[in-house]
Design a binder for this molecule. Structure first.
Ligand code: SF4
Ligand code: SF4
Length: 380
């Protein structure tokens, strides 16, 4: 029944604790946003009081600051450095372990998969789209990723429609937000006009079952109107835009554009943009053994197309320059991803812009390339 909705209802801010308790009693590990180390991150949540109450974020290229809001909004921020990717496609995951037996044979132990299902609280629309993209990457082919599939299968997603756009957000341009349209079990819109409340809608049978257990009242036209206005205001506030018109072919036509040299002079090849991106999925494996040589293991770790080693094929790296690595990242994300998976690899969350130490902005880089084609067309 994914996608089937019942009539929206209204729950009070205090019902968030009931929601967390209901999920916990149903066996979920409950994860959500919290303030830690000067940022809003995703971690275990034991009570709604741990949410970032009264906090917002200010974001721009290479800059992120938390700021106090004048209200008690629970979800009055955009997205932070974390994404849900870390719980589904883990930064480090042991794949197997092998032990040498007394008779000299090797016993290979398969790594157990996660048993406890997870509930994600506060999933933004762009993040739902990012999860859908990674579902296709890890589970869409003939060989599903066992660890990802085990974690993803039971996950309960509580979406929150955005009431504040970040300075680097551009989901409206990518058609991925700011309102959640599918892929959630429950969707909430926080309403701060008058009574502090949430418009709540279910998107699945189990979402409806959880919602039925919360104290609630039917939504009025005024509630629905306030929710529509809040999301429309967020769309109008979006910090960035990206013109997606003919984007795949635009990039394919411009593989030798001088802008790649320009961006290479600024890019540090640090890979931050790929680590914070909710859709990037590059990984490598590391084999280690203990000092006695009796136990060995293989571990999968996140990698990045910005590292020289990542594209090392016999004889050396096929992308030895920063120019080649940045071009690979951006043309894959915005262009060839469409050939590979049928959608863009970018959901417009803006994290790569905010967390780039030198403020390189994917929307600006694309516009610079598009602008020269537009100029050429005018002078032709
Ligand atoms: S490329 Fe940048 S804006 Fe697009 S999804 Fe990744 S981090 Fe977000
Ligand atoms: S674009 Fe920015 S974040 Fe990405 S590798 Fe270059 S310097 Fe690092």
């Amino acid at each position: 029944m994914q996608g089937q909705r019942i009539t929206p209802v209204v729950i009070g801010a205090a019902a968030l604790d009931d929601l967390l308790d209901t999920l916990r009693v149903s066996g979920f590990r409950v994860l959500g946003p919290r303030v830690r180390d000067g940022a809003i991150v995703y971690d275990d949540l034991s009570a709604a009081s741990e949410l970032p109450i009264g906090w917002t974020d200010e974001q721009d290229g290479g800059s992120y600051r938390l700021k106090r809001r004048e209200d008690g909004a629970r979800f009055g921020y955009a997205v932070g450095p974390h994404s849900w990717k870390q719980f589904l496609f883990r930064p480090e995951a042991r794949l197997w372990r092998a032990r040498r037996l007394p008779d000299g044979e090797l016993a290979v132990e398969e790594e157990p998969t996660e048993d406890q299902p997870m509930a994600f609280i506060g999933v933004r629309s762009c993040e739902l789209h990012a999860i859908e993209i990674q579902d296709r990457v890890f589970m869409g082919g003939r060989h599903a990723d066992r660890d990802y599939a085990a974690r993803r299968d039971g996950a309960f997603l509580v979406a929150v429609n955005c009431i504040t756009a970040g300075g680097t957000c551009f989901c409206a341009s990518m058609g991925t937000g700011p309102k959640a349209d599918a892929g959630y079990d429950l969707a909430l819109t926080e309403l701060l006009d008058g009574e502090h409340r949430f418009l709540a809608e279910s998107g699945s049978e189990r979402g409806a079952a959880v919602l039925a257990q919360l104290p609630q009242r039917p939504a009025t036209d005024a509630d629905l109107g306030a929710a529509g206005k809040a999301v429309a205001a967020t769309e109008a506030q979006m910090g960035r835009t990206l013109d997606t018109d003919d984007i795949r072919n635009l990039l394919a036509r411009n593989l030798e554009h001088p802008r790649w040299d320009d961006v290479a002079e600024r890019c540090l090849s640090c890979g931050n943009c790929t680590q914070v991106c909710p859709t990037c999925f590059c990984s490598s494996v590391e084999d280690t053994s203990d000092l006695s040589g009796e136990v060995a293991q293989r571990t999968r770790v996140w990698d990045t197309c910005f590292s020289v080693d990542y594209s090392h094929i016999h004889g050396g790296s096929v992308r030895s320059s920063t120019r080649a690595r940045y071009r690979q990242w951006m043309t894959h994300k915005l262009g060839t991803w469409i050939d590979q998976f049928g959608t863009s690899g970018c959901v417009g969350c803006g994290r790569c812009i905010t967390w780039c130490p030198v403020g390189i902005d994917i929307t600006e880089e694309l516009s610079a390339i598009r602008a020269t084609e537009d100029d050429d067309a005018q002078t032709a």
